[in-house]
Design a protein around this ligand. Structure first.
Ligand code: FES
Length: 164
């Protein structure tokens, strides 16, 4: 009986079975990796290629938070909120030359660009430098809550004040 059992097993049977299982597992693993890679690329290909940007409309707070005759830079929104006697207005803080963030210089009463030296009046008009255009004004209004709102996607003609 013992001889028959040994004869039924092929020579090196367990070893051959282990080798077969090894190659089956390698094959299944390779297919799984290839399938996963295909799924990832298919998902990326089919997903909309959308760049999510923050809203162009920003709430810049209550009018009382701005002192009379002041220029306030909001660096997050890259805009200036200006309060003058006739009212409020907002203009971009992005230089019209090559897009640097400008800075308000209260001692000089001007807006200056640190990159190439453009200078602007507080109403955005170009005084000096390579900037080709004035800083555009943006649409501004009072919300129902009494806060000042600015739409950075809506340039308007200069000298349109929000009167409080
Ligand atoms: S980017 Fe402002 S002067 Fe060049």
């Amino acid at each position: 009986m013992a001889d028959e059992t040994e004869k039924e097993k092929p020579e090196g049977g367990e070893e051959a079975l282990d080798r077969r299982q090894f190659f089956v597992r390698v094959g299944v693993g390779s297919l799984a990796v290839a399938g996963l890679g295909t799924a990832v690329f298919a998902y990326q290909f089919l997903s909309p290629n959308v760049l999510y940007e923050p809203s162009p409309i920003v709430n810049v707070g209550s009018p009382e938070s701005y002192p009379p005759n002041s220029v306030t830079l909001d660096p997050q929104a890259a805009i200036y909120i200006v309060r003058e006697a006739p009212g409020f207005y907002a203009l971009t803080a992005i230089c019209t030359h090559l897009g640097c963030l400008t800075a308000w210089k209260p001692e000089l009463g001007i807006i200056a660009c640190p990159c190439h030296g453009s200078k602007f009046n507080r109403d955005g008009a170009v005084i000096a430098g390579p900037a080709p255009r004035p800083l555009p004004w943006f649409r501004m209004w009072l919300s129902d809550d009494g806060d000042l709102m600015v739409d950075r996607s809506s340039p308007i003609a200069a000298r349109q004040f929000v009167r409080i």
